[in-house]
Design a protein around this ligand. Structure first.
Ligand SMILES: Cc1cc2nc3c(=O)[nH]c(=O)nc-3n(C[C@H](O)[C@H](O)[C@H](O)COP(=O)(O)O)c2cc1C
Length: 314
């Protein structure tokens, strides 16, 4: 397979050049199914189902319902994830089409998944990380720029894409603040094969997000997002109103005290994702809480309009 074949063949399976970003707690099997049925790549963190057994059931249900469409499961390949081995066994057994590795992958894990038939994508926030992923032989690189929901990058997508596209000819996906048709098209112009969309799906009916969370996404915009490493040691974007509701001053957050990074969402971090809500700077484009399929229909129409506006064919 040449380095462009994968991008071409994946895009041919999609209605839009879009992949959903997996979101801790929020992404559900129903959301993945809705995303895939609407013609984008759906995704979900392996840790969202409450146990490895529940993950097994969810993956079986997704596979049954998406009719061969590509979907992705996200594995947090970090030593703080105590479920990694058991969840990996389930992912291997189901031959999940795409596995997104977050934060700290290793070459053995990449090889094991690929030998079993999965495509392996890894997210990065720097060109240096992207080069390491390429050395590990990943199939796709997800470049996470500034302003993204969850653990964010801090580089402009222009800088990130310029640097990575200079040497990486393989599948490249851009993440961060992409929430309308123009932004999807802009990602392609920057050299991305797919746009990675997270936060807009927090307002989806199928998302496991409370009504208050959905409302903050619909009512919010970039002014409501604050970046901090205070919860996990890694920079992440959070909704200001949600910090204020928990008695915190968003403008006086103390940097993380140091020590080991713990990103599994348990223990002291539980509050950070369950009660103090994360979202990216692109949420201003989200106008209502609705089923994911309806939002994707809107995105498809908005993308077509963006192409037409600059004279590109539909
Ligand atoms: C609430 C929330 C939770 C997230 N959890 C994860 C996660 O568990 N694993 C992961 O790889 N990315 C996670 N992300 C990042 C998304 O997959 C995606 O990269 C990001 O949302 C894209 O930026 P956007 O939100 O501006 O669209 C999360 C994002 C949000 C908003």
């Amino acid at each position: 397979m040449t380095s462009r074949t994968l991008a071409t063949s994946l895009k041919q399976m999609l209605r839009l050049p879009v992949m959903a970003g997996p979101m801790f707690i929020a992404s559900t099997a129903d959301l993945v199914i809705a995303q895939c049925k609407a013609g984008i790549i759906g995704s979900m963190p392996a840790l969202n189902p409450r146990s490895t057994e529940a993950l097994d059931e969810d993956i079986a249900r997704i596979a049954e319902n998406v009719g061969g469409a590509p979907y992705a499961i996200n594995l947090v390949a970090h030593k703080s994830n105590s479920r990694l081995d058991a969840d990996l066994e389930v992912v291997l057994r189901h031959k999940v089409p795409i596995v997104v590795l977050a934060l700290a992958a290793n070459p053995d894990l990449v090889r094991t998944l690929q030998a079993n038939g999965s495509l392996v994508f890894q997210d990065v926030v720097k060109d240096r990380h992207a080069r390491k992923c390429a050395e590990m032989g990943v199939d796709g690189i997800i470049a996470v720029g500034a302003g993204a929901g969850g653990h964010t990058g801090d580089l402009s997508p222009f800088a990130l894409m310029q640097e990575i596209r200079e040497w990486w000819d393989g599948l490249l996906i851009l993440s961060g603040c992409i929430a309308n048709g123009r932004s999807v098209l802009a990602a392609e112009v920057l050299g991305a094969d797919l746009a990675y969309v997270g936060s807009p799906f927090l307002a989806s009916t199928e998302a496991n997000t409370q009504d208050g969370f959905k409302r903050m996404i619909v009512d919010g915009s970039s002014k409501d997002i604050v970046v901090t490493n205070c919860f996990t040691g890694v920079n992440a974007n959070f909704l200001r109103p949600s910090l204020i509701e928990h008695g915190m001053d968003p403008d006086a957050l103390k940097p993380h005290a140091g020590g080991p990074i713990n990103i599994d969402g348990g223990g002291a971090n539980a509050k950070a994702w369950k009660e103090i809500w994360s979202a990216g700077q692109g949420i201003g484009a989200v106008k209502r809480a609705e089923p994911a399929g309806e939002w994707i229909d809107w995105l498809a129409a908005d993308y077509a309009a963006a192409r037409a506006a600059i004279g590109l064919p539909a």
